[in-house]
Design a protein around this ligand. Sequence first.
Ligand code: PLP
Length: 457
Amino acid sequence: MEDLKKIPAAKEDLDSYETENIFHSWSFQPAQSPMRAVSAKGVRFTTEDGRERLDFSSCFVSHNIGHGDQRVVEAICEQAKTLCSFAPSLSNKPRALLGKLLEEVTPGDLSRAFISLGGTEANEAAVKICHQYTGRRKILTRYRAYHGGTTAPMTLSVGDSRNWAQVPGGTEWVPVPLPYCYRCMLGQTYPDCGLQCAEYINQAIELEGGGDKVAGIIFEPVTGANGIVVPPPEYFPRLKEICDKWGVLMIADEVMTGFGRTGKWFAMDHWGIVPDIMTMAKGLTSGYLPLGATVVRKPIGDYFKDHFFSHGATYAGHALCCAAALRTVRIYQEDNLVENSEKMGKYLLEKAMELKEKHRSIGDVRGLGLFVGLELVKSRKTKEPMVPVGGKVQPGTNPKLEVAKKLGQLGMMAMAANPGNVIAMAPPLIVTRDEIDEGIAIMDQALEVADGFADAE
Ligand SMILES: Cc1ncc(COP(=O)(O)O)c(C=O)c1O
């Protein structure tokens, strides 16, 4: 083994470690190192070449309060001086306080939180709670969803006594349609459709064994990575009626949509509906440290007073991460960031609509708050997707990644490398009108690349 202090760290060395020693998520492993971020402030970040760039992705929709906020940095340092983390079986002040704060900011009687380290873990916990509380096995999920990257790891923990509550064979998933009106899977047109995507769910629950077998339905209130899909206003009220009728739990995955992203504290607030379980991460700490939470309604939380809660983690309620969350959550309120998201979101959507007028590659524009998507099509007339959807990702030219590359050259990062055909713009919630204008001007230029792949009108 080399003397670890002497491992070279020049630019070329770091580049080679990136290509040889690191796994890069959801991609072919790159032959060249991606550019290196070295610092970030507000809505901008600086790369190693010294260039300042605009962050219109909030780093996969996490840095909601903006980069480099010293109030959070100080809160982390302050906590680190006394206690970074301790056994989760003991209490720590930041965790206890965060539990109370989450009760305050979430709707209705959502009141007990399992605090983990990210969105995937938050959803794992949600599914297990759903199974344990209902005693049922099936979970409905909607097509074009992303709820996290792990296979249920507990299934693999064979012989470990904590495995006893694991559903045999893992969770049974039942896919149902998404209320994706631009491409309705049921061939309908809103508003004449009678909300058949919701009625489908009613029938699916019935045919899957109703309240005896179906435990819950998990959904992103506004679909994120797979297309910024905003449901029609009547959708969630109807879904709630259906779930109540069967006693099926609603699991709202607010990992992307939570903490002001859509112009309300949580996206479900747009419809005044309290889900049974809400998951969150990203904006919870604005990415300053990793953290996730699974918050349940009071009857579910109380159930576990005399029923064993079969889930846990070493870092459940990590003190340092909870301290970061406490400061972050208070900043949303102090700086009126939720209100700014609503106001600036309307402006961003308006500007995105103008882009549609200019670019034949844009088939649809959708959004809520500072969460706006441009759907790329090969042809507006046929709605043929610009990039084929589903199946194994093939190497080769991908028009959307070409747009992402162009954005990078022009000095901006948007969410353009995610699956599907939607380029999402989700700047930090502190964004101003001028910064939106700047971002839209860059997007305008980059979309010329997409137009090159679209049919003439
Ligand atoms: C809606 C949603 N749920 C869950 C996750 C997983 O979160 P994490 O990457 O923190 O594990 C993501 C990540 O992008 C997400 O968008």
